[in-house]
Design a protein around this ligand. Structure first.
Ligand SMILES: Nc1ncnc2c1ncn2[C@@H]1O[C@H](COP(=O)(O)OP(=O)(O)OP(=O)(O)O)[C@@H](O)[C@H]1O
Length: 475
């Protein structure tokens, strides 16, 4: 969930959908296409992934006055969120000083660790639920600390500082303590009018995200939900030098809003009296400096180990989901699915707009996007795709003249033109060629033909342009 003000549209959407993923919902470049026709996929889908012509969204009854930027109070119920107030002390060690955000499965709070005197993030899961990533993060923490091969970069994945459980009116909640981040990449973009990072910053972020994914894959883990909302800028250590008063002076006192029932009745036990607007520690994307361009990959809640748990569904938002989720539904997903999603995420880091676009797109719409950008599907997939005639000839040419956008067209409209328009460095010819080669390798239709994370690490773009950038951060 984002920590900044969102347009009312998005808030209303949150009222309707049990889960909200804001990545493209607020973007100005939205293409509001309806869901188109029959879907090949019967993939396990969440509402804001590809929304097929399947069942309508489940409408949860609205019982409370909706509040902007605050989680739905309806979710403070048995099995739901744990009520927390600013000033609470958790496990006699952590003083809650602000809220950092909330998501489908958790609320996350900024707290001061009494022992270390540092600020920490405490993610409190909904009742009786595991914090799904804690298991994965534990395994990763056991990895060797070296930096062999450029992918043992533990710093790129949050380190678990502590775990504990809280017993409350809504049940028992698992809690995970990690370092607090400044903002997600999506939040940085939302806070900017250009929605762009300066090129050196974009390269540094991209390099670290590639290294993080390579590290996860090396450890046998697929992230499975990689997007700009799950990549976070590191907070400078200097925040720990701020006293609580100084923190509030710099970032503002917590803004709290009363929860009110629509029927005027008293709040039930388990619902806090107030909601807290999350703190904003961040800045607009174009203002991020190279020295601030240190990121870590968060939210391993969807992560899995293909060797342990075969997974046949993807909860990745539809615009980022790879084509095997439609065409190879009987084969378990694996590392290549992350590589496809990583390509989409890298594109969005360098550019202003996503590589593939669509609003609540059907799977047919997404496949059309893939074919437009990457060319004809492998023969057997092409034959299987009934909707192809809607847009394409049998040679995969567009039936409507001038329609369709190739990868190069998208590069111009998503990356180069917006950069020029914002007076920012464009991608030079040699870099563009290396980048497009890398993207084509990552976006091969067949998963087994895609570049591996290690090959991406060794790609020309990574070695010549991206990798040198984080070194500048460290310098
Ligand atoms: N370590 C952190 N530092 C700063 N903010 C955080 C941190 N962890 C989480 N947040 C904030 O809380 C929000 C929700 O966190 P997260 O996405 O991990 O929760 P979730 O319940 O798994 O949600 P979902 O699955 O809906 O994305 C994030 O978008 C972010 O704004």
């Amino acid at each position: 969930m984002t920590r900044r003000l969102q347009p009312l549209f998005n808030i209303q959407r949150q009222l309707i959908l049990s889960h909200s993923w804001p990545l493209f919902a607020t973007a100005p470049h939205l293409t509001g296409f309806p869901s188109l026709g029959r879907n090949i996929a019967t993939t396990h889908l969440r509402m804001d992934s590809i929304a097929p012509d399947a069942s309508p969204p489940k409408y949860a009854p609205v019982e409370y006055m909706p509040l902007e930027d605050i989680e739905r109070p309806e979710r403070y119920c048995p099995g739901g969120y744990h009520p927390v107030n600013i000033g609470d002390r958790l496990t006699d060690r952590y003083d809650v000083v602000h809220k950092l955000g909330f998501g489908t499965y958790s609320t996350t709070w900024l707290a001061r660790d009494k022992n270390t005197k540092k600020y920490v993030a405490i993610k409190i899961a909904i009742a009786e639920a595991d914090v799904p990533e804690s298991d994965i993060l534990d395994t990763l923490a056991l990895s060797e600390p070296s930096n062999k091969g450029g992918y043992s970069r533990k710093a790129l994945i949050p380190r678990i500082l502590d775990t504990f459980s809280l017993e409350g009116p809504n049940g028992r909640h698992r809690c995970l303590v990690t370092e607090p981040g400044m903002m997600t990449l999506e939040e940085a973009k939302d806070a900017s009018s250009s929605r762009l990072f300066e090129m050196p910053v974009a390269r540094a972020i991209a390099a670290q995200v590639i290294q993080a994914v390579a590290f996860l894959h090396h450890r046998g883990v697929v992230h499975a939900d990689l997007h700009a909302g799950n990549i976070m800028f590191r907070l400078p250590n200097s925040i720990d030098e701020l006293s609580l008063e100084e923190l509030y002076q710099k970032y503002g006192q917590p803004n709290v809003e009363p929860f009110e029932r629509l029927d005027g009745n008293a709040l039930p036990n388990g619902v806090p009296t107030h909601g807290v607007v999350p703190i904003w520690l961040g800045k607009g994307s174009e203002l991020v400096t190279i020295s601030e361009a240190e990121v870590f990959v968060t939210d391993l809640g969807e992560a899995f180990r293909p060797s342990v748990t075969p997974r046949h569904y993807s909860n990745t938002p539809g615009v980022l989901a790879p084509p095997e989720t439609y065409f190879l539904q009987h084969e378990p997903l694996s590392f290549p699915s992350d590589v496809w999603t990583l390509a989409c995420t890298l594109w969005y880091i360098i550019g202003q707009k996503p590589l593939f676009e669509g609003f609540n797109p059907s799977s047919d719409w997404m496949i059309k996007e893939h074919v437009d950008a990457m060319g004809k599907l492998p023969c057997d997939w092409w034959q299987k795709w009934d909707a192809r005639k809607r847009w394409f000839t049998e040679e995969a040419k567009r039936t409507a003249e001038g329609a369709g956008r190739s990868l190069e067209n998208r590069f111009v409209s998503s990356i180069q033109k917006p950069r020029r328009g914002s007076a920012m460095e464009e991608v030079g010819d040699a870099e563009k060629s290396a980048l497009l080669t890398m993207f084509r390798g990552m976006l091969a239709f067949r998963p087994n033909e895609r570049l591996t994370a290690t090959e991406i690490l060794e790609s020309e773009w990574m070695v010549r342009w991206a990798l040198p950038a984080p070194e500048k951060v460290a310098a």
